[in-house]
Design a protein around this ligand. Sequence first.
Ligand SMILES: Cc1ncc(COP(=O)(O)O)c(C=O)c1O
Length: 373
Amino acid sequence: MNLFDVYPLFNIEIVKGKGCKVWDKEGNEYLDLYGGHAVISVGHSHPVYVKAITEQVNRLGFYSNSVINSLQQTLADKLGKASGYDDYALFLINTGAEANENALKLASFHNGRKRVIAFKKSFHGRTSAAVRVTDNPAIIAPVNEGLPVTYLPFNDAALVEAELRKGDVSSVIIEGIQGVGGIRMPSDEFMQSLRGLCTQYDVCLIVDEIQSGYGRSGKFFAHQYAGIRPDMITVAKGIANGFPMAALLISPLFKPAYGMLGTTFGGNHLACAAATAVLDIMEEEKLIDNVNRVGSFLMEELRRLPGIKELRGRGLMIGIEFEEPVKEIRRRLLFEEKVFTGVAGTSTIRLLPPLCLSMEEATDFLNRFGKLL
Ligand SMILES: Cc1ncc(COP(=O)(O)O)c(C=O)c1O
């Protein structure tokens, strides 16, 4: 059987990782400024993480959501404390798209409406409703087209209000910082206006923190820069450092009912052990402080490099936009300088390193990158 060929692959096989470094099967060492697409939060193969998963799988890997799993409550307690959302409820699933599906669904159950406001250049996943609220017609199949969606530009509250006033909007969904769209930030004032308008028109505000959350922006959630509290927050990627897991944080406004949401694998024992270890390591190693320190240093130093059109981002979520396409420079970074980075569109390099990136590793990256400019 062949693999269904949907990924354009680099001819590299990564077989080992440690901290912010990975190795291919020929033994070449790479600096990881990509974190496997913003997934590696506490570093590859962190010993505390490895121990937690190993011990858990030796005890019990999985049992269903029909019996008590106290690891879920342990995780909820720690996540509530770390994020400042102790009064919200937690629903655990497996992928980012699934988190957004459930958020959109819960909003619609809550207010009985259908239409969703999403934003230009948004990315929210590849399944049913999640892909429909993604601003990329190329990945929306006819079966996804049923949900009515209006895509609006960032930072224009008047346009949002004109839509909400029509009375048929169920939710507004927005990324804390757009990732796939090129590391684009909604202004804090716009986020505050969205919060106010959603409350005024009884519309649910969903903030997708799947890429920008879990400390990556320098706060636990990127929307916390604006001082707002959404009705629902979706998280995935960094939550379990590579173990497939996602979550939905739900405000007390929403009342649960048996069977309303559900999943077979979501919140399983192994995933909870992985996610709890991540929060323990983040606290113990003060990783959010590290994000702020190393992120500011990177931004400052990147500003000195030639040829860069625009730098965007917060913390360790950085977009470096050039006038020209970045395909070649990214290829040379990978094959000549042995550095993994991401892209957005054709002209932006995305830096999404593990949150434990050290000053030395950041300097090492800047030297390797500078050589190619
Ligand atoms: C902001 C955002 N939302 C949703 C998703 C979808 O997550 P997943 O691939 O885990 O379904 C992604 C993935 O890149 C993302 O960046």
